[in-house]
Design a binder for this molecule. Structure first.
Ligand code: SF4
Length: 180
C-alpha cells in the first residue's frame, strides 16, 4: 500500500486522472482529484474497460438484468455481451492491485466504475429497473468490503473529501500499513 516514497496508494478511474479512455475518446479530468490527491498519495489509474481489451473509442455499454443474471452489453447491440471479458480483467486486476490500495475514487454512473448510481436496465435494455454498482466496483466491494470508496461528485464536496481521506488513513492503519 506504500510506494518507495512512503505514500499510500489510491486507485482512481483512469478517465478522472485525465486519461483519454472513455467510450467517446475523451477524459473526465477532475481538478479536485489532481490538487487534493496527487501531491499526497500515489494514484493508481485503472480503466476496467480498456484493461479488459476494449477499444477507444468504443460503443457505449450498459448493465442489464436478464433471467440468467447481470449482463453488460453494448447499448445498441445487446447481442454483443462483454460481461465475461470485463469479469476476467476485474478478477485479475483486483487480485493483483486490491491488497496494495488504501482507497479508490471512482467515476459515477459508469457501468464499470459506478459505486451506487449506475443504472441497471431490463433485459430489453429499455426500462431502468434500479441503480447500483458498476461491474468492476461491485467485484472490488465483494473482495475488499472495508476498502474506502468514493465517487468524483462526493469527492468534490470538501466535507465528504475530508471524511474519505480520514477513512483511507484509518483503513491503512487497521491493515497495519506504515503511513505518514
Ligand atoms: S470504465 Fe471507468 S475508468 Fe474507464 S472510461 Fe469508464 S468510467 Fe472511466
Amino acid at each position: 500500500m506504500l510506494n518507495a516514497s512512503g505514500k499510500l496508494k489510491i486507485g482512481v478511474s483512469a478517465c478522472l486522472a485525465g486519461h483519454l479512455v472513455r467510450y467517446d475518446g475523451k477524459d473526465q479530468r477532475s481538478s479536485v482529484l489532481e490538487h487534493e490527491l496527487a501531491p499526497r498519495f500515489e494514484l493508481i489509474s485503472i480503466c476496467p474497460e480498456v484493461g479488459a481489451g476494449m477499444n477507444v473509442p468504443r460503443p457505449p455499454i450498459q448493465i442489464m438484468q436478464s433471467r440468467a443474471g447481470i449482463r453488460v452489453c453494448e447499448v445498441d447491440d445487446h447481442a454483443h455481451d462483454v460481461t465475461q471479458q470485463l469479469q476476467r480483467y476485474a478478477q485479475s486486476a483486483i487480485a493483483e492491485l486490491g491488497p496494495e490500495l488504501s482507497g479508490f475514487v471512482f467515476k459515477s454512473r459508469s457501468p464499470s466504475c459506478g459505486i451506487d448510481d449506475t443504472p441497471c436496465f431490463d433485459e430489453d435494455g429499455l426500462q431502468q429497473l434500479s441503480v447500483g454498482a458498476g461491474l468492476f466496483t461491485g467485484m472490488l466491494m465483494k473482495r475488499f468490503p472495508q476498502l474506502p470508496l468514493i465517487d468524483e461528485w462526493k469527492f468534490e464536496q470538501p466535507q465528504q473529501c475530508r471524511a474519505f481521506l480520514r477513512r483511507v488513513r484509518e483503513y491503512a492503519k487497521e491493515k497495519k500499513i506504515n503511513h505518514r
